[in-house]
Design a binder for this molecule. Structure first.
Ligand code: SF4
Length: 113
């Protein structure tokens, strides 16, 4: 039996998942989806920032276009840490397509003129 806190909404239900993947403690069905995902293939959204190479001391925020498997987060961060972009930037601009062959893009989340 695994116990975890649902982070899908602020209620924070305490979920229990047994070996057969039966979920209890959820107040809505989203908790079931979360518990199954979290106990089989946990994923996280990755947000960080990268250097703007033509603007001294400037960074721009980026995020992944989809949640990333937890065991890929650290190697992915190492790749993203090496990325740079030139201003101007636009929201949604792809700075790295199909990172780690996961069909996930790294996209810019801030406009810099
Ligand atoms: S189970 Fe439903 S109500 Fe409870 S925290 Fe998760 S999303 Fe919110």
């Amino acid at each position: 039996m695994k116990e975890l806190i649902c982070i899908v909404c602020p209620r924070g239900c305490i979920l229990k998942v047994d070996a057969q993947k039966n979920v209890t403690g959820n107040l809505c069905s989203r908790g079931i989806d979360y518990a199954i995902q979290e106990t089989t293939n946990p994923v996280r959204n990755l947000t960080t920032s990268i250097k703007v190479r033509n603007r001294p001391h400037t960074y721009v925020s980026v995020k992944t276009s989809a949640p990333v498997p937890k065991n890929k987060l650290l190697p992915m961060m190492e790749i993203i840490n090496g990325l740079t972009v030139a201003a101007p930037t636009t929201i949604g601009q792809i700075v790295k397509a199909n990172i780690m062959d996961l069909n996930i893009n790294v996209i810019i989340t801030k406009k810099i003129d």
